[in-house]
Each structure stands twice: as structure tokens, then as C-alpha cells.
Write a protein that binds this ligand. Structure first.
Ligand code: ZN
Length: 144
């Protein structure tokens, strides 16, 4: 793992902690050259999950991309990075049990399912992007 400061590859682990319900290991590392400290996260890989988009093209599942849209939905809401990471873990675990392909539509509805209990405002925000309502009436019908 490259040091973010001096780009050296040699670092030592100074602390490991299991977080997010045992699904992630967080490590504190120290660069052996410049002693800069940084954090890495270890998770099970989901590199082979393919997402089928609405135009039927496929792309590799991108956790960061989904995380970004989730953080956007949570913008200015009181939520921690850990809550979002935990949601992503839940979603990923649900998927890989069954198949290595998923439609972007299903991802969206799974996210909504998670958000429903977590935060109603984030839920509505995410839904408005994901469902791209045609009219205010559609939107009202949805939140009603
Ligand atoms: Zn360094």
C-alpha cells in the first residue's frame, strides 16, 4: 500500500480493528520512510459483480460510485460514514449470495429498502434521483 505522502510501498501496521459488524478490518499504518500515518480498509472483494444498466449494457459494480450517490442523499443529514459503509456491506452481501449479475434497477430498489428505515429524508432524496419522477404529481403520489 503506497504511502499517500512519499509513495513508498513499505508500511507497517500499527493497529487493526474490526468494524462494521465484523465485515471490515480497519488498519492504521505507518510509512517506514516518512512515518506518515494512514488508514486502510479491508473488505471482501466484489469485483466480479456485473451491473446491467437500463439500456442493457453491462458494467462492473462500482462501490465508490454507489457510495457517492448515497452520500449525496445523506448530504447535510446527521449520518456517519460508518452508517453508509454498513449499508453498502448489507447490500453487497444480499447480492452475492444469489448471483453475480444484478440490474441497476434492483440496486436502486434495494438501496431504497435500506434507506426507508435509516432516514426518511435521504430516502426521498435518493428516490427522486433514482425514479426520476416525471412530474410533481408522481412525486407526491410516491411520498404520500
Ligand atoms: Zn511515506
Amino acid at each position: 500500500m503506497k504511502c499517500p505522502k512519499c509513495k513508498t510501498l513499505d508500511s507497517k501496521v500499527i493497529d487493526s480493528r474490526i468494524i462494521e459488524d465484523g465485515q471490515t478490518i480497519r488498519r492504521r499504518r505507518e510509512c517506514e520512510r516518512c512515518t506518515c500515518r494512514f488508514t486502510t480498509f479491508e473488505r471482501r472483494g466484489f469485483t466480479d459483480l456485473m451491473v446491467i444498466k437500463s439500456d442493457n449494457t453491462k458494467e462492473l459494480y462500482n462501490r465508490d460510485k454507489l457510495k457517492k450517490s448515497l452520500l449525496l442523499a445523506f448530504a447535510k443529514r446527521e449520518t456517519s460514514n460508518e452508517v453508509v459503509e454498513k449499508m453498502l456491506n448489507n447490500l453487497e452481501n444480499k447480492r452475492t449470495l444469489k448471483t453475480n449479475e444484478i440490474s441497476s434497477k434492483k440496486i436502486g430498489s434495494d438501496v431504497l429498502e435500506e434507506l426507508k428505515d435509516e432516514d426518511p429524508i435521504a430516502y426521498i432524496r435518493f428516490a427522486s434521483v433514482y425514479k426520476s419522477f416525471d412530474s410533481l404529481e408522481d412525486f407526491k403520489a410516491f411520498i404520500g
